[in-house]
Design a protein around this ligand. Sequence first.
Ligand SMILES: O=C1O[C@H]([C@@H](O)CO)C(O)=C1O
Length: 549
Amino acid sequence: RIRHYKWEAKYEYRSPDCFKKLVITVNGRSPGPTILAQKGDTIVVELKNSLDTENVAIHWHGIRQIDTPWFDGTEGVTQCPILPGETFKYQFIVDRPGTYLYHAHYGMQREAGLYGSIRVALPDGESEPFAYDYDRSIILNDWYHSTAYEQASGLSSSNFSWVGEPQSLLIQGRGKFNCSSLTFASSDSNGVCIPSNPECSPYVLTVIPGKTYRLRVASLTGLSALSFQVEGHNMTVVEADGHYVEPFVVKSLFIYSGETYSVLIKADQNPSRNYWIQTNVVSRKPKTTPGLAIFNYYPNHPRRSPPTSPPVGPLWDDVAPRLAQSLSIKARQGHGRAPPATSDRVIVLLNTQNEVNGYRRWSVNNVSFDHPHTPYLIALKHNLTKEFDQTPPPDGYDFKNYDIYVKQNNSNATTSSGIYRLKFNTTVDVILQNANTMNVNDSETHPWHLHGHDFWVLGHGSGKFDISKDPKNYNLANPIEKNTVPVHRYGWTALRFVADNPGAWAFHCHIESHFYMGMGVVFEEGIERVGKLPTSIMGCGASKGLRLP
Ligand SMILES: O=C1O[C@H]([C@@H](O)CO)C(O)=C1O
């Protein structure tokens, strides 16, 4: 079946957390419309860029784009940006059931509000390996009052200015900023922040007592790692990034930017009242008040505040329960695909914060990523070797001498547009190695997202990865497949994937500012197998004058 969508991306004034600012909407909404499809469907999105003075591109997060690597929506990697006034047609197959996302993938544009859900159902006649009565989706986000341009300019200036902590947390596009904390006097009179604005009334999830809900929870935060809880209710985790999870029960779910989970929640509490849905920041010292929504037991009034105070989430600086959750996520019995038993290549990626020529950057193996203006896919396919650095970045770092626990001076970092070229159909292990930042006693959580693939998560550990020892403890029996995974503070995460999807694929930290500051790489595989590129993705850099056969 073909599912045809006509979308228009536009800047509009909105007050998602009561503070009025320009938001990118899709057909008037942020989050945008949900794509509802069935496995095997073809999705066609005709996207009109009505941003007037700004380019756009949309990434279909978690969709592998098999046979359509040019519609991955990653500006600079798989396509040229879509110019103002133009309409671009994305067309791809959703080949797997599950919970996915879409969002802008141009500069720091995702932060402006262009994002939404993709929900792919099983084919007719097939059913999930768990039972539920109703299916609901929510996206968690963090929200800044500064624009993506202000943030990007601050990050890329030699007089570095960090984006800081977000002003609020949004649950399905709704949050609450404390308007009275605004310092400029005219705020209320000119309508910049109005606490009673219905746009910032809390999201309400209405449930029928006794019924079980499949809640698809996703995070697209710009910065924050989150904990998510429904007051007084347990959650059974059953899906992660489109794969069935061996069920486990949590009181709070840790979720990192770019991840999706399905949890089952039974409305089995006292039905005469409502409950809080709460999300709060973990891993960074929170300066943002928790986000709240209402878990409304029908027929209580949906706006009736729960009689209790919102639940308190886990301690922000306690890494142990987050690592424990990461280790609990395994493929559901009888459902996972087994990974290859061995790999052909091991790439260790050291994650560091660096100073490069006076600019604050993030790097992997001391190389800070800087993508060119001719998209890699086009440059590779058409042999435009001058368009990016032909020297690949290193497969490792100085394992012996690098101390991941200390603040380094990192004077040796460079920027590069070089990419990893993978032999087609080989098995690749990637070890994400975390380290100290440029501040003493500081290491951050980074959620890494891979385009074009799912990977098996073979292990997580604390400290420095030891190649002679740690692979012996890999989970090869029932590893979960995901497309986004965190590397915890001072820890490591081991992944395995098969380079079997011809194209050029970004792999990057899903923290918007970190990717912008160079925390990413690109993998190429099987470029010779990529079919004729559509001309619609061209028109920038050296693809402008390209003479096509
Ligand atoms: O990239 C970052 O920069 C700041 C801080 O390290 C600047 O000193 C921070 O918290 C980040 O995540």
